[in-house]
Design a protein around this ligand. Sequence first.
Ligand SMILES: NC(=O)c1ccc[n+]([C@@H]2O[C@H](COP(=O)([O-])OP(=O)(O)OC[C@H]3O[C@@H](n4cnc5c(N)ncnc54)[C@H](OP(=O)(O)O)[C@@H]3O)[C@@H](O)[C@H]2O)c1
Length: 339
Amino acid sequence: MDKKIKVAVMGATGAVGQVFMWMLADHPWFELAYATASASRVGLQYASTVHWVMPFEMPKSVRDVEVKEFNIEAMKEAGVKIVFSALPAEVAREAEPQLRDNGLYVFSNAASMRYDNNVPILIPETNVEQLDLIKDQGYPESGFVVTNANCVTTGLAMALAPLRKYGIKNIVLHSYQSVSGAGYPGLSSFDITDNCIPFIKGEEEKIEKEIKKILSIAPEVYCYTVRVPVMFGHLEAVWLDLEQDVEVEDIINDWNTFKEVSDLPSTPELPVEYGADNTFPQPKYAFWGKPSGMVVYTGRLKKKNGKIGFLLLVNNIVKGAAGGSIQNAEAVVKRFGLI
Ligand SMILES: NC(=O)c1ccc[n+]([C@@H]2O[C@H](COP(=O)([O-])OP(=O)(O)OC[C@H]3O[C@@H](n4cnc5c(N)ncnc54)[C@H](OP(=O)(O)O)[C@@H]3O)[C@@H](O)[C@H]2O)c1
């Protein structure tokens, strides 16, 4: 690509927004041209106002970025074509349709438009064909919104995509979700220190709905989602009832040979990696892999009474959020080109 595509990040100071700023700092196709946060930060220099929570240094190139107001005309004047949204759902509900109606290409982490019939919940490794839905939103004459899934669902969909061929009848899932999943500042330390919270509002319903839409399957889904005192990475314990009788060796082989075919910059060579060690995976590996945080790790695979059980780890703010959105934008650029 001769010239990079100009992009905006909305909600650049939040947990997901910070990952966008980090991953876009040296992206081969995209160049940050506009960043927003809430009104009180407008006009401030990014480094002076953000509370940086990433487990590594802020990239130098984003330190001096000025936080701007939400202004579609100003975005367009800055040359922006793609908008990455890390806004709370209630703010996104207003902003994202306006951006689309103004011809911009929106890649959102918010849940507000995920269940619209003409809006894909995209994970390039699992359902890139659903990108055609953007034509139902009026593309190429108008803009569009592409969402990514709830972070737990992203990890689940990645592990299940290569197993779809066996027929997925039932899914039982128990999650152990990190505090970064609640954004910044998120939960009170009084509530989460030395504790686990056995309820995350709306989460179980999202997983049930989204896994069906993403993989075009109709299993029964039984979930408990629990917040645990861990900073990054969601661990998920999964049990499956499959139509076919399958051996664990087949499943390991399916994961080891699972690939995303279009060779996107943010897709790892092995998007799902299985580890045979009994202590694998753990949230402390959330930023492993290349690109960092984009690999879903599986482990503890077993078969009992015909059921298949395993654990998985997904980096909720990278593959499960900003990294997934960037990968989705890469998939659109690759598939349609930018007009
Ligand atoms: N965290 C995760 O693991 C995760 C995973 C998948 C999806 N998501 C979704 O991604 C979105 C962002 O999540 P997050 O965890 O990054 O949340 P967050 O840490 O609370 O960040 C929210 C961002 O939106 C900005 N914002 C809030 N109200 C605004 C307003 N009225 N106008 C303009 N900007 C406003 C905030 O700016 P200020 O800093 O100035 O307040 C901040 O930059 C949410 O929809 C969430 O459900 C999150």
